[in-house]
Design a protein around this ligand. Structure first.
Ligand code: NAD
Length: 472
């Protein structure tokens, strides 16, 4: 039997959840359809003078809110179907974490390792130009961000290209997020997705009843973790989980996996990769030749953080993890999802768990549009207010605080909450609040977290349509 396309997989999960809602079939069809896909091809003159034809895409899934928002990925797997699926996930993700965007996604079908830095720059700038020519980019239209195979470097090229051709240079910084700090970016964006994964996993593990139901103790501490993909998201998720006392026992990369039941120190593995260009042959660990088999090793939490279609009906029955924390997009097929859920595996779904990136991108976009650093205007005022409250408390209790204590409190209020602190607390608040919303939804319907998350998204998008008066 031919396997389903990625977009069909997302729609299967949508349909499974839509039956729990009361929306008309017409409205549900509008919510799940992908509104527009721009497919483009252009030539790249390579450093050696030969010509490559580059194929690229941008999908805008839904304009129920504008702008649309979603990453840009550079990978050989990129296709129209892949960007449509990822754009749809973005619409649902933004709704779940209450970030006011429709979903979009872009991609360039290349293996970035085959191109020099200057070739990548030319590809990125031409791609941006093509998007701009068709009105597929702009602060109020469609705002890209980093994804698999891209980083702040590509985002700064996108900004620079867009700025040079727009007739609205004042807001040009807000045409893309994930830019470097100092180049219009916000502190905390690079680590945001992995940090959000950590907050989501921590929240799931904090509910004693849910942990006991799957045979685990409450809390992250001591949990054995396997990570697939030690890139931006995987590395940062591993870092914060390790800091919270979890033990990384396995890591899978594109060229093989590592396993050590006694634990792998993340910093040492990263250092080893720097020296040898591979995670393999790490002292004390066993190499796993076929990388995908790493996912089947013993652990409590499996964190896929590479690409889609990694847990399928072929390997789902051999997964030993009690929790699958989907840091990547679409790692589990709908068939595997059903089999695992029936077996009692807890899946913390991608559509919620990796929303940290877009949440902090939203903070960056707001900062770019308001042309002021978060906290710049209000911080000193808030510090004065807090001091006034303390002075009132002094008067009420009839006792003076030590002036040193007051001055320490004042300086920590004025200088303490940096932009990074504000971004991090905004991210934590978002991920914690959204987890409890989807957890309660799934509990009230006695269904899995993914279905709960999709119902939440569908209801919120439907509400936007009715609020706009577009549909009755
Ligand atoms: P990345 O390019 O930084 O890292 C991906 C890592 O996966 C690399 O280290 C790569 O070598 C490794 N990898 C590739 N193929 C593999 C394989 N077959 N087995 C094991 N490892 C493999 O990408 P990223 O930004 O970390 O994105 C990872 C996933 O997270 C993607 O699904 C992406 O859509 C999703 N995501 C990313 C962000 C973000 O902010 N970057 C936000 C939301 C979701």
């Amino acid at each position: 039997m031919a396997s389903k396309s990625f977009f069909a997989e997302v729609n299967t999960m949508f349909d499974r959840s839509a039956i729990y809602t009361k929306h008309s079939s017409g409205l549900l069809s509008q919510i799940k359809t992908c509104n527009s896909v721009y497919q483009m091809s252009f030539p790249l003159v390579r450093d050696d003078g030969t010509i490559d034809v580059i194929h690229a895409y941008r999908a805008e899934h839904s304009q129920h809110m504008q702008p649309t928002k979603g990453g840009i990925r550079y990978a050989p797997s990129v296709s129209a179907d892949e960007v449509m699926a990822l754009a749809a996930l973005m619409s649902y993700k933004c709704a779940i974490v209450d970030v006011p965007y429709g979903g979009a996604k872009g991609g360039i079908c290349i293996d970035r390792h085959h191109y020099s830095q200057s070739e990548l720059e030319r590809i990125t700038r031409r791609y941006t130009f093509e998007l701009a020519m068709k009105n597929f980019i702009g602060p109020g239209v469609d705002v890209p961000a980093p994804d698999y195979g891209t980083s702040s470097v590509e985002m700064s090229w996108i900004f620079d290209t867009y700025r040079s051709i727009t007739d609205n240079p004042l807001d040009a910084l807000a045409c893309v997020t994930g830019k470097p700090v100092g180049g219009g970016g916000v502190r905390g964006r690079t680590e945001a997705t992995g940090r959000g994964v950590f907050f989501g996993v921590r929240e799931a593990c904090s509910i004693e009843e849910d942990m006991h139901a799957i045979g685990l103790e409450k809390g992250v501490e001591g949990k054995r973790i396997i990570i697939q993909g030690l890139g931006n998201v995987g590395y940062h998720a591993a870092l914060y989980l390790e800091e919270a006392g979890a033990v990384i026992v396995g890591i899978a990369e594109y060229d093989g996996g590592l396993y050590n039941p006694n634990g792998l120190r993340l910093a040492d593995v990263v250092e080893h990769r720097k020296e040898t260009n591979s995670i393999l042959n790490f002292p004390g660990a066993t190499n796993i030749k076929d990388s995908i088999l790493t996912l089947e090793m013993e652990c409590d939490i499996l964190v896929p953080a590479a690409l889609e279609n990694q847990i399928t009906s072929k390997n789902a029955h051999r997964i030993q993890a009690k929790i699958i924390a989907e840091a990547s997009n679409g790692p589990t097929t709908s068939a595997a999802d059903q089999a695992l859920s029936e077996r009692g595996t807890m899946i913390i779904p991608d559509v919620y768990l990796n929303a940290g990136g877009v949440t902090v991108s939203y903070f960056e976009w707001l900062r770019n549009l308001s042309h002021v650093r978060h906290g710049r205007i209000s911080r000193r005022r808030e510090a004065h207010n807090a001091l006034r409250i303390l002075e009132t408390v002094q008067d009420l209790v009839g006792k003076k605080f030590d002036p040193k204590i007051l001055s320490n409190i004042e300086s920590s209020l004025v200088f303490g909450a940096s932009e990074a602190d504000l971004v991090d607390s905004g991210l934590e608040d978002t991920m914690v609040g959204a987890y409890h919303e989807i957890q309660q939804k799934s509990r009230s319907h006695n269904i899995d977290l993914r279905t709960g998350a999709f119902i939440t998204a569908i209801d919120k998008i439907a509400m936007e349509y009715s609020r706009g008066g577009i549909f009755p």
